[in-house]
Design a binder for this molecule. Structure first.
Ligand SMILES: CC(=O)SCCNC(=O)CCNC(=O)[C@H](O)C(C)(C)COP(=O)(O)OP(=O)(O)OC[C@H]1O[C@@H](n2cnc3c(N)ncnc32)[C@H](O)[C@@H]1OP(=O)(O)O
Ligand SMILES: CC(C)C(=O)C(=O)O
Length: 520
């Protein structure tokens, strides 16, 4: 077995699913298992077969249908558990039984109510029983992190003799710190007789927020299997997050020196990481926090002026890995109160605006005012800023009067009066809702019917006096125009936005010049 390969053991479907509220149906488990195989994990822990008929069936179906990874199931050090695991795993081409028993004084005394010698006997018997079903047997001394090291050495030596092939060292309650966990792995690797015939594995929980750091310390000290779960799912604060482990090893491969061979390898196709993370989040309903490493919405987002400037000049100034490596389309440049001139100018260019220096300065000043009021400034806002600040459009159409009637059991109707080049025209119309009715009446009054492509409204200020700001995007003869309107009355804001877009469309038609992507 090459010593520079790290095996990724995914326990999303077993320990991950033990997260309160994360339960998955059998088809959902199968879907995740197939994606884990596409991601390239080496081992999938599909469930705890004895614990329920659904767990048994899910493990059996994963064993039957998922090709590639080794499929494993968990079993206590009890014949009934091991037999259930053996049966559920039978259809798998590559299978492993993972059996465990607690070894810490606290667990042995209070939970198992058994003396250490009996625990050793149960562990040995469990491994021997598992070997009757499979050649590949993993043993875990549960709560190893709080176990006495001489006892760990004794029980691990005994299970190796009994036929265990992987020795997993769980920090079950996330108690250990990285240096300590690394030293534990180094000690076991050095002192357990026969351990060189086995793979040493980490299984770290995140109660102190150091599950990934502990796992990496384990790898640094000779562990070559890492147990982890997608998005860090798992009991309590979760397990080591698969995506973080993989990208740490991928990005810093040479840090984990390995007898001079240069670095560590894995079987993972990192480009599948984002897709896998999203799938698990959607199916479990566990939302990913925006600042989560690797897969959070902000993991490859930049807003601060100095950072964006650096990134635009050379990506590696602020990105230690590329978003493409995990299967994302690219980095996200967010416009907000921290954006600098370089970032703003770049976005204007991307949107198709060619601004002179003075125009850019004027637009940037207005942008900062808006950014101070909003968390994020969108492309539509940039278009509106440039429209308002830089390109003053003549108001051919002006909304003079608007009346809307709508409510439960009422057909929404609107009447408008619009001033068009000095003359006023009135119209009334019905619609699917008050905004639709108002737009229909405006179309009627102006005689123009551009296609409405997008409509959005949001509160610009807080409280019950909040200003609503409507943004519309209309299309005419293949050209897009953005209009904006603000009012404390959201229907009025919507009508103003539509009229604004029509004015921009009319101005562009009059000059008939080639327009950028979003017309001014
Ligand atoms: C650290 C971990 O993640 S361990 C895995 C945790 N996962 C789960 O618990 C999965 C869901 N669990 C279940 O479905 C159930 O708890 C079962 C089917 C496993 C067992 O259910 P029950 O038989 O009703 O027992 P219960 O869960 O209440 O208690 C656990 C029993 O197993 C014993 N036990 C716990 N771990 C082990 C072990 N590794 N080997 C042998 N016995 C064990 C306990 O001492 C207790 O035995 P007791 O009844 O003699 O006191
Ligand atoms: C069963 C073992 C590996 C476990 O989940 C733990 O100790 O956390």
């Amino acid at each position: 077995m090459p010593d520079d390969k790290v095996f990724i053991f995914d326990t999303t479907l077993r320990d991950g699913e033990q997260s309160p509220g994360a339960s998955l149906s059998i088809p959902q488990k199968l879907e995740i298992a197939q994606q884990l195989a596409t991601l390239g994990v080496d081992i999938i822990e599909a469930g705890f077969p004895v614990s329920s008929p659904a767990q048994f069936e899910a493990t059996r179906l994963v064993a039957e249908q998922v090709q590639g990874p080794v499929i494993t199931g968990l079993a206590r050090a009890k014949d009934v558990d091991i037999e259930a695991a053996g049966k559920a795993l039978a259809p798998a081409a590559n299978k492993r039984i993972h059996t465990f028993i607690a070894t810490s004084p606290i667990h042995m005394k209070h939970k198992l109510n058994k003396p250490p010698a009996e625990v050793v006997k149960m562990a040995v018997a469990a491994v021997q029983c598992a070997r009757q079903f499979v050649d590949d047997v993993e043993f875990s001394p549960e709560d190893a992190g709080r176990s006495e090291v001489p006892f760990l050495i004794e029980i691990l030596a005994a299970v190796i003799e009994a036929g265990a092939t992987t020795l997993n060292i769980p920090d079950t309650v996330g108690y250990m710190l990285p240096y300590e966990y690394g030293q534990l792995i180094a000690t076991l690797k050095r002192d357990v007789p026969g351990i060189d015939r086995c793979v040493i594995s980490t299984h770290c929980h995140n109660d102190l927020g150091v599950a990934v750091a502990n796992s990496l310390a384990g790898v640094q000290n000779g562990a070559r299997q890492v147990e982890c779960a997608v998005n860090g799912l798992g009991e309590r604060a979760g397990n080591a997050a698969l995506e973080e482990i993989v990208m740490a090893i991928h990005t810093r491969a040479n840090f984990f020196t390995d007898g001079g061979s240069g670095g560590l390898t894995m079987n993972i196709n990192t480009k599948e990481i984002y897709r896998t993370s999203q799938l698990v989040s959607q199916l479990t309903g566990f939302v990913i926090q925006p600042n989560k490493a690797i897969v959070g919405a902000n993991a490859f987002a930049h807003e601060s002026g100095i950072h964006v400037d650096g990134i635009l000049k050379e990506r590696s100034t602020y990105e230690i890995m590329t978003p493409e490596t995990i299967g994302l389309g690219g980095s996200r440049m967010v416009l907000g109160r921290h954006t600098g001139r370089h970032g703003f100018a770049d976005r204007c260019r991307q949107l198709g605006y060619k601004l002179k220096d003075a125009e850019l300065e004027q637009a940037y000043a207005r942008f900062l005012e808006i950014a101070d009021k909003k968390k994020e400034v969108f492309d539509e806002d940039v278009a509106a800023i440039i429209n308002d600040e830089v390109r003053v459009v003549s108001q051919v159409y002006e909304l003079k009067y608007l009346h809307v009637a709508s409510g439960t059991g009422t057909l929404p109707t609107a009447s408008v009066r619009i001033r068009i080049a000095g003359q006023e025209r009135q119209a009334a119309a019905c619609g699917d809702g008050p905004v639709d009715a108002a737009y229909e009446a405006i179309r009627e009054a102006t005689g123009l019917s551009p296609k409405l492509e997008n409509y959005s409204i949001r509160a610009v200020t807080g409280g019950k006096e909040a200003m609503g700001e409507a943004t519309v995007r209309i299309i005419d003869a293949g050209r897009t125009f953005i209009g904006r309107g603000a009012s404390t009355d959201i229907i009025e804001a919507s009508a103003k936005a539509y009229v604004d877009a029509i004015n921009r469309m009319t101005a562009a038609q009059e000059t008939n010049g080639p327009g950028p992507k979003a017309e001014l």
